[in-house]
Ligand binder design. Structure first.
Ligand code: ARG
Length: 460
């Protein structure tokens, strides 16, 4: 394709290091679509004849059918998907194929193809996250009343409901969705027509190709158009942050499924056994989601470092933009699907959760709050009195509400028997009815709003 000025061909090393076809063949659909939009525009603008353009478009369809049927052939001499397609087109329709590359360069071509690919990946991530949210609200609705220990420092802190806990991940998934959606709006401009770096002298219509490819319009600076990979970085940043959330959810399931916790029985379909220990049921899918987040963050780092310090405009370093994006996208899709299945199908052992919430003095704050409200004691002092009660209960190995009234009154005479109503885990969660709190009624409100937002229900 560029042999004109060369006396000898590339060495084997050059051919190998140069070839991106092993991975950028994933762009074939986008490459064909962009070429068809381009050649149609060339014809409308009178830059190539309508007959030639029709022949080229038909030829591109044939190449697409071949790819669909047999995959994209990998010939290093043809470097990348753009040259592979053009060369096959020439084999099929002859020298007229050479008119397709008028008024464009591989630089704007690859920028366009890759944007189209990343745009789809953003849409897919958003769709997958919506499914995860649906699973979360469904289970949260079932468990708005199921009491479990809430933790800080992974130490029992205050009782919460499982529904509330699951809805926390609904919020994270919602922010992830909005990050992909924001990124999509920002990136949806067409670089096609920026040509090599400076634009073109042909009377092209960039609005037309942009529209044909579903972009909101053309990009406004040709140098930026061919050297911008912000859209890929935006995608990877959203993916990385999303993967952090997924890894946290995965970690919860791993902890909950451990025998000392026993809060959840993982679905068989997302667990594995051990070849030596017959009793084992391992949370491998969750562990891999946890692990994949490391790789996804690595993909983001890889592309950031690739782009760092590159002068305008295109440099071949940028060919390395694709593998990390492709890798992150497939890891992310798998991770979202695995966690969706886990949430949807896990069997929550609510009796174990409740028993754990009743241990660990999870209602100590409720005792302190009761002292503030009923006995008008300053919170700091109430905190101290409660500490003494916890110490006593701990020394006897009993729960707070199992301490006899005389013993509580010996700690502070202002305590009376109404206190017991505040010490149950049910009273504790029911009392936390502030907006966004764990009270079952609050959780039900949030679930109802979420179901409307997800289109699962008509708004009331
Ligand atoms: N395969 C190349 C890439 O992915 C296409 C652009 C090549 N441009 C060039 N000037 N050599 O970046």
């Amino acid at each position: 394709m560029w042999g004109g000025r060369f006396a000898s061909g590339p060495s084997a090393i050059m051919r190998e290091i140069n070839a991106s076809i092993p991975f950028d063949k994933a762009l074939w659909r986008q490459d064909i679509a962009a070429s068809k939009a381009h050649v149609d525009m060339l014809a409308v603008q009178g830059i190539v004849s309508h007959e030639d353009a029709a022949q080229i478009a038909e030829g591109l369809d044939s190449v697409a059918s071949e790819y669909e049927l047999n995959g994209v052939p990998e010939n290093w001499d043809l470097e990348d998907i753009h040259m592979t397609t053009e060369s096959r087109l020439a084999e099929l329709i002859g020298p007229v194929a050479g008119r397709l590359h008028t008024a464009r360069s591989r630089n704007d071509q690859v920028a366009t193809d890759f944007r189209l690919w990343v745009r789809d990946a953003m849409d897919q991530a958003e769709l997958g996250l919506k499914q995860l949210q649906i699973a979360l609200v469904t289970r949260a609705g079932e468990h708005a009343d199921s009491i479990m220990p809430g933790f800080t420092h992974l130490q029992t802190a205050q009782p919460v409901t499982l529904g509330h806990h699951l809805m926390a991940y609904y919020e994270m998934a919602g922010r992830d969705r909005s990050r992909f959606a924001d990124a999509r709006v920002r990136m949806n401009r067409s670089p096609l027509g920026a040509a090599a770096l400076a634009g073109t002298g042909f009377p092209i219509d960039r609005e037309r190709t942009a529209k044909a490819l579903g972009f909101d319009g053309p990009t406004d600076n040709s140098l930026d158009s061919v050297s911008d990979r912000d859209f890929a970085l935006d995608y990877l940043m959203a993916a990385a942050q999303c993967s952090l959330h997924l890894s946290r959810l995965a970690e919860e399931f791993i902890i909950w499924a451990s025998q000392p916790f026993g809060f959840v029985t993982l679905p068989d379909s997302l667990s594995t056994g051990s070849s030596i220990m017959p009793q084992k049921k391992n949370p491998d899918a969750a562990e891999l989601v946890r692990g994949h987040s490391g790789r996804i963050v690595g993909c983001l780092t890889a592309l950031m470092i690739t782009m760092k310090g590159l002068p305008l405009a295109y440099s071949k370093d940028m060919q390395d933009d694709k593998p990390p994006v492709f890798e992150a996208a497939s890891l992310l899709a798998l991770s979202i699907a695995a966690m969706t299945g886990m949430v949807a199908e896990a069997k929550f052992r609510t009796e174990r959760m409740r028993a754990a919430a009743e241990l660990g003095y999870a209602t100590a704050t409720d005792l302190a709050d009761w002292l503030v409200r009923q006995a008008n004691i300053p919170f700091r002092e109430a905190h101290h009195i409660t500490g003494s009660a916890v110490k006593l209960a701990e020394s006897r190995g009993v729960a707070l509400d199992q301490l006899p009234l005389e013993d509580l009154q010996a700690i502070d005479a202002r305590i009376d028997d109404r206190v017991y109503a505040a010490l149950s885990v049910d009273a504790s969660v029911a009392s936390r009815a502030s907006h966004g709190g764990t009270a079952p009624n609050e959780v039900r409100k949030r679930v109802a709003e979420a179901r409307v937002a997800l289109g699962l229900e008509e708004s009331a």
